[in-house]
Design a protein around this ligand. Structure first.
Ligand code: DER
Length: 234
């Protein structure tokens, strides 16, 4: 799987990061380390001295810092040339479920700020309809104060078993880089067939800060396969 992730990441960087691109958004998860790895190799590394890298959270920031790359902030660079990020699942229209790593708020800010938003993943994420491959539900970042209210409203919407995401080796819920909670909400296929409508309905719930549905945002997606091939969709 790691080889498949590396293949997807390398292909996406080689195809979409040009020498003239000076502001690069780096996503979160287990695939994006290979994006940074490729950007530190020739010929891409020749452009790094005057290039800025914008993180989507703590893990992403550490990747940039440890690679010795220029760390920027979205405050300095509200417009980004290319953002490359992973995903939990991608449908046949390049809509994605993101937030498996609880970073979807900053990820969506950088995806929206980018002229080019590119997804990289292994083949397990390549799907037709969201929810067919990723069974953990739509990750929803919520204000801690409002989580129970959002929970009830998600049930009223038809989500059978919303779940407050709990920490591992940490008592209590996962706390995001922004100090919020995450509710994972599984919806039936009838909802997932219209991710734009579902995104809107969830986002309108008071207390919801961001929803891990990236609809109509990705320009292209690269999927690495165990047989050594890469599938690019756009
Ligand atoms: O949270 C996210 O959306 C991350 O990008 C992540 O879930 C991507 O998954 P990966 O670890 O398979 O790259």
């Amino acid at each position: 799987i790691s080889d498949a992730k590396r293949l997807a990441a390398y292909a996406a960087v080689d195809e979409h990061v040009k020498p003239q691109h000076k502001v690069i958004g780096i996503g979160s998860g287990s695939t994006v380390p290979y994006v940074v790895e490729r950007l530190c190799q020739p010929p891409h590394n020749n452009s790094n001295s005057d290039r800025w890298y914008i993180p989507t959270g703590f893990q992403s920031k550490e990747l940039i810092v440890k690679a010795g790359l220029n760390l920027g902030d979205v405050d300095q660079f509200p417009t980004i040339d290319v953002t490359i990020d992973g995903a939990d699942e991608v449908d046949d229209e390049l809509n994605a479920i993101k937030g498996g790593g609880a970073c979807q708020l900053r990820e969506k800010v950088l995806a929206e700020a980018a002229t080019h938003f590119i997804i990289v993943a292994d083949s397990r994420k390549d799907s037709k309809i969201l929810g067919h491959a990723w069974k953990q539900g739509v990750p929803i970042e919520v204000a801690p104060f409002a989580w129970a209210k959002v929970f009830v409203n998600l049930q009223k919407m038809g989500c059978e078993n919303p779940a407050l995401r709990m920490g591992k080796m940490k008592a209590g819920p996962v706390v995001t880089d922004n100090g919020n909670f995450v509710i994972d909400a599984v919806f039936s296929e009838s909802y997932m067939r219209d991710p734009a409508e579902l995104l809107h309905r969830i986002k309108m719930l008071t207390g919801v800060l961001e929803v891990g549905l990236f609809v109509g945002m990705a320009e292209a997606a690269y999927f690495g396969y165990p047989d050594g091939t890469v599938l690019a969709r756009w």
